[in-house]
Design a protein around this ligand. Structure first.
Ligand code: GLU
Length: 280
């Protein structure tokens, strides 16, 4: 079944960019006779708020979207993320890392031509803790994926992209991921799974066949596909859509309250007006 999802984090008001993403995922599912799901990505407990979650539901209903209940919430999914981590651990692909941001900055060598310093998660980790066994994990350690070892286990990762900017089949060179992404964090001290791990585990658990999301997440997709293959999960097809920008051409942020859907609604605009504004 053609299945899409909208997966907001309840850390602020939904703005026009979210409206575009949600309506597009909803419309594509409807057009294909499929199903549109909502998933609440409240994995970051320090930032997620129940009142934002309530507003997300209200805003999306007002836009005319509907989805099956119950809605998956990442805060309920700890055991599923633990199981995925354990599986990767059993394969010898994880290690505990105690480096803080300042350590990572300090360990970064001088920039070399052709070697990227930053990936989808910021500064690429130099691998100081890579030799540490999982048994050594301390209470404040994060868990990282050993990408070099993982690369040996990835036969021919690829995914299909249907978004406007990168449409086509993308073959991923696993060794290139060790340079462009490095060893990503899979679990943090206070979170069962990082964004990358949880999104992959949940898309599979919800049988999402078409991931529709903003172009800002395109760069992370190679990592998501690598994790899907390592965990034996199906690889969905991806559609990264254009980002909605403000008048100055800047990407909208959660704190950009002026573009909040509820603001427009309070000002008397209709859902049709919102659709028109985002070009749907
Ligand atoms: N929760 C993410 C966000 O709010 C979206 C994740 C995804 O679509 O893969 O930006």
């Amino acid at each position: 079944m053609f299945t899409t999802r909208f997966a907001p984090s309840p850390t602020g008001p939904l703005h026009l960019g979210h409206a575009y993403s949600a309506c597009l995922a909803h419309d594509m599912a409807r057009a294909a006779g499929g199903v549109f799901l909502l998933r609440i990505e409240d994995i970051d407990r320090s930032r997620a708020r129940p009142e934002w979650e309530t507003r997300i539901h209200d805003d999306l209903r007002w836009l005319g979207l509907d989805w099956p209940e119950p809605v998956m919430r990442q805060s309920d999914r700890g055991p599923a993320y633990d199981a995925a981590l354990e599986r990767l651990g059993d394969m010898g692909l994880t290690y505990p890392c105690r480096c803080r941001r300042a350590d990572i900055e300090a360990a970064a060598g001088a920039p070399q031509e052709g070697v990227p310093q930053f990936g989808p998660d910021g500064r690429i980790y130099s691998g100081t803790c890579r030799h540490r066994p999982m048994a050594e994990r301390g209470p404040s350690d994060v868990i990282r994926l050993n990408m070099r070892r993982a690369a040996d286990r990835l036969p021919a990762p690829r995914f299909v992209e249907t978004g406007p900017e990168h449409a086509g089949t993308h073959d991923i060179d696993p060794m290139a991921l060790t340079r462009s992404i490095g060893d990503p964090i899979l679990a943090r001290r206070d979170m069962a799974g990082s964004y990358h791990l949880s999104v992959v585990v949940d898309d599979a658990a919800q049988s999402v066949t078409h991931v529709i999301r903003g172009a800002d997440l395109f760069e992370a997709t190679a990592l998501h596909v690598a994790l899907q293959m390592l965990l034996g999960l199906p690889v969905p097809s991806y559609h990264h859509h254009r980002l909605i920008r403000d008048d100055a051409g800047k990407r909208l942020a959660k704190r950009d309250d002026a573009r909040a859907i509820s603001r427009y609604r309070d000002e008397g605009l209709t859902p049709e007006d919102i659709r028109r504004m985002v070009g749907l």
